[in-house]
Structures are given as C-alpha cells and as structure tokens.
Design a protein around this ligand. Sequence first.
Ligand SMILES: [Zn+2]
Length: 304
Amino acid sequence: MFKYLILLFLSFTTLNFIGQEKIIVVIDAGHGGKDPGNLNKTKGLMVEKDLNLAISKKLGNYITEYLGHRVKVVYSRTTDVFIPLEERVAKANKMNAAYFISIHCNASDNPAVHGTETHIHNIKSKTSRELGLQIEKQFKNRAGRNSRGLKLKTDRTFNLLVLKDSKMPAILVETGFMTNKSEEAYLNSDRGQDLIASAIFRGFRDYIRIKHNIVMQNPRTSKPAVKGPVYKIQIMASTGPVSLKNPSFKAIGKPIEEMKITNSTSPYNFKYYVGNFSDKREAKKLLREIQLTSFKDAYLVKFD
Ligand SMILES: [Zn+2]
C-alpha cells in the first residue's frame, strides 16, 4: 500500500522529540471500517484490518508494560473504524509523536511467498533504517520468521516526494502473508500475534533504549516474589505532608515511604513507613531499633 506510505512520510518532517517529555509512539493499525485491507483466504479467519488491530494492541501493551515510564503509546485506532490516512498523520503530527509504526499484513499472487518485511522510506535515514533492521533481526532470530528484510520503494516519484524527510522514523511492518496458508493461520493465532508483537517490541526497545538512554523497568521482577502479607513500620502520621528530607527521617538511614490516605475519617492523612518485610521477625527487629534510636512510638503494620 505504497500510495499511503508516500503521504505518511511527507507529513512527518515536522515531528520532533522534545527533551525529557515522554517519547510518543503512534501505533497505526492499518485499514479499518469500510477498508478491510487484504481479505482472508480461509473462511472464518480474520481480514487484514482485524489482524492489524489485534497485533497493534498487543504491541502497545508490551511497550506500555516495559517502557511506560518513558514512552507513551497512542493508537491511531482502537476499534474497527475507517480513519483516513491524512487524519492519522495529522493526529501524530499534532502530538509531536517521535515514532510511527504502522502494522499491516501482506498478500501475494504466489501462495508460496511468506515472511516479514519492514518498509522504510529512505535508506539514508539512519534512524528508520536501524529501527527497521532491529525489528527484522528480532523476527528472524527470536521469532524464527522468514525475514525478507528492509524494503524500499525505489521508484523515482516516491523518492522525490520523501527526499526532504530523513530524520523522522516512520516504518511500516508487513507482519506476514495472508496468502500463504500456514502464515495465515499463524497471523490468526493468539500465539502468532504475541510473537509478532513481542518481536516488534524488542526491536523498538533495543533501538530506543540506546537512542534515548532509557533504563528498563521490569514490572514482573519488581513485584514482590513472595505472595502474602508484608510488614512495614509506621513511624509517623501527620495532617499534612512532612518533608522526607527532615533530619529525624534521615537519621533512620533507610528509605521512608509516604502514603497519602484518602477517604479517612482520621485527620492524619499522611503516614510514613519504613521497611517492607515478608518476614515478621525481621520487621520486628528493625522496629525495636527504630523505637530505641528515633521514633519510640513506632509500630508494626501488616499489609495484606
Ligand atoms: Zn495493509
């Protein structure tokens, strides 16, 4: 669908990444509504617009889960609606999106043709080239796909139109061929969609983590490994916020946790805690220490 690409890339010359603001990535599920994209070959399976949307949402979830502290995901559509391409681009432009990833499924007259392709607009654009290469690398190495590599439109009109744009990475990922029997089944499977989304996510992650110096968050490992109650030591309750830098807090030599309590009948809306123990004995040990040295009225609180 290159007539779409031309429009897309033309309009991306004004996009910018600004300072420490969250990096905005627009995930564009191709087609929608009255425009189904490529049709299903097997009865009962999905048409392209639906596959694109399913994969896009999975991709967005991966990005938000692992990069949400630095990256904001915006979808050009989240339902089965027709949105003209100009509108998708205008929306991305308006919010200063830094990246635009369009998700599609391919088709060929030859049913043997299969694999992934990432389309970029200009081989001289280092950013989109590197981003595209990372994604294809993930398809090949991690997802075991037949990576057909980066694709460029070399016809002259296309190049002329996109000549000015070399900074803004906008890529279009063709996630597989609906005209290939086994790839169509793969595209329609939850596991296939997961693998596609995670490969695109990994490629994007590997690219932007270096580019923007991003430290990963890992919600899966940062959650407490042990299920069950935790014990914290409450050292103070207050009607207003207390500076965490005040000397008596500092004297404890451990991080102080502030909890703001709303919907409370008590006037003490701010509570201050130390520690986070699954082992009650360990918590009691610290409690005694704190009672002896700084906050003699401190006590243990159990959180389920
Ligand atoms: Zn398409």
